[in-house]
Write a protein that binds this ligand. Structure first.
Ligand SMILES: Nc1ncnc2c1ncn2[C@@H]1O[C@H](COP(=O)(O)OP(=O)(O)O)[C@@H](O)[C@H]1O
Ligand SMILES: [Mg+2]
Length: 369
């Protein structure tokens, strides 16, 4: 099973509000409380509206087994940039790692999640992943970037794949099968419990490859029209991949980078997402990821995961108080100051999303038998 709940307290943390003990402890120990309860989304049992764009027909691949998906792999995708794909990929993978073995694949030529969010430096500028996609070469991830978290770095060399695509297919090779085989082998050998794949906004050819290799799809969106239209675009590619034999299933859509207090605005966005998802068998996640610019700047600039930011911000705040109290002003070494006073609200959102994601993965696995 993906996770155990034996040590989980009833009032386990979520949203940064519940639970007891220091905030840093509450938000940095999420995986202990991941519960695999059956997912009972609002669409369960409803008659699907087949006119809807995202109506997911029962899975009957035209070419059975054409693309054997990597088990428990989650592709984070939306063709629109800036909807927190990389931030979510970093948060999910770091929150599950520690208790479970996690592989993070950075399939974005910008390499944001590996380089900026997790501080992988030097990486390989995406060379290893590009070679795996183009020639099926073996992947050797960077180990223990965080405890239990291995990373296949992204970078500019992934940008060479569109040109390589014609050569690859002329040589009788299929990029999706190359990656499915080499990534599947790695995941099996290393016994990863979860693989998170971050994708970039640009190259749709690479996105199509990832849609054929991944088992689950997670779509982040902001509440503006362009981001919501991005959901339609990815939906079209997702359905095409499935019709060609991909095993990927939509895990859900997450509303991200929104004012969590703007409840009526968020409800309207949720309604719009629900309309898009009607009949898909999936739904929007209940969790929304709040806007917290200060926390986001701190995390990227200092390569901190949400849990790490909470700890660092706590230390930084204590140092501020100590400095105020101290007549000397700056005795001893002080931790560098953070912009965010307390990243626990954002970390709590990610923790809650992690639980929902794992629950839905378990449910999809159960349904698939
Ligand atoms: N919760 C947040 N609130 C505000 N800005 C955020 C938040 N999380 C991330 N950001 C910032 O938003 C920008 C886009 O995030 P990113 O995760 O790179 O999106 P994508 O991968 O979809 O392009 C980055 O500058 C990032 O630092
Ligand atoms: Mg990104």
């Amino acid at each position: 099973m993906l996770s155990a709940a034996s040590s989980c307290k009833k009032n386990s943390p979520g949203g940064g509000g519940g639970g007891s003990g220091p905030v840093s402890e509450r938000v940095t120990r999420p995986a202990a409380c991941l519960r695999l309860v059956p997912y009972g989304g609002p669409y369960r049992g409803q008659v699907p509206d087949k006119r809807n764009k995202l109506y997911t027909p029962p899975y009957e691949p035209k070419v059975p087994g054409a693309y054997p998906a990597v088990p428990r792999s989650v592709l984070v995708a939306n063709q629109k940039g800036g909807v927190l794909k990389s931030s979510i990929a970093a948060a999910l993978s770091s929150m599950v790692a520690g208790r479970r073995r996690v592989l993070l694949v950075d399939a974005d030529p910008q390499g944001n999640v590996s380089r900026n969010d997790l501080g992988v430096n030097p990486g390989d500028r995406g060379r290893m992943l590009a070679m795996a996609v183009q020639y099926g070469e073996a992947l050797d991830p960077i180990r223990d970037v965080r405890p239990g978290l291995d990373v296949v770095p992204g970078g500019v060399l992934l940008g060479t794949l569109p040109q390589a695509a014609a050569v690859t297919s002329a040589a009788g090779l299929d990029m999706a099968q190359n990656l499915a085989t080499t990534l599947g082998k790695l995941v099996q050998e290393e016994q990863y419990d979860l693989t998170i794949i971050d994708s970039g906004p640009g190259d749709v050819g690479l996105l199509d490859v990832l849609l054929r290799v991944s088992r689950h799809l997670l779509v982040p969106t902001a509440d503006d029209d362009a981001s919501l239209e991005g959901v339609d675009l990815i939906a079209g590619r997702y359905l095409r991949a499935r019709s060609e034999g991909a095993q990927i299933e939509l895990l859900g859509v997450v509303l991200a980078n929104v004012n969590h207090r703007a409840t009526s605005r968020n409800q309207a966005a949720m309604k719009s997402i629900a309309a898009k998802l009607e009949g898909s068998g999936s739904s929007a996640f209940a969790t929304v990821i709040r806007t917290d610019k200060a926390a986001a700047v701190d995390m990227r600039a200092r390569h901190l995961t949400p849990g790490e930011l909470v700890a660092v911000a706590g230390a930084s705040q204590k140092a501020r108080f100590a400095k105020l109290r101290s007549t000397l002003g700056h005795a001893g070494s002080q931790p560098a100051e953070t912009w965010s006073r307390d990243g626990s609200g954002l970390a709590g959102d990610y923790q809650q999303l992690t639980r929902e994601v794992l629950t839905r993965i378990a449910e999809q696995e159960k349904r698939a038998g």
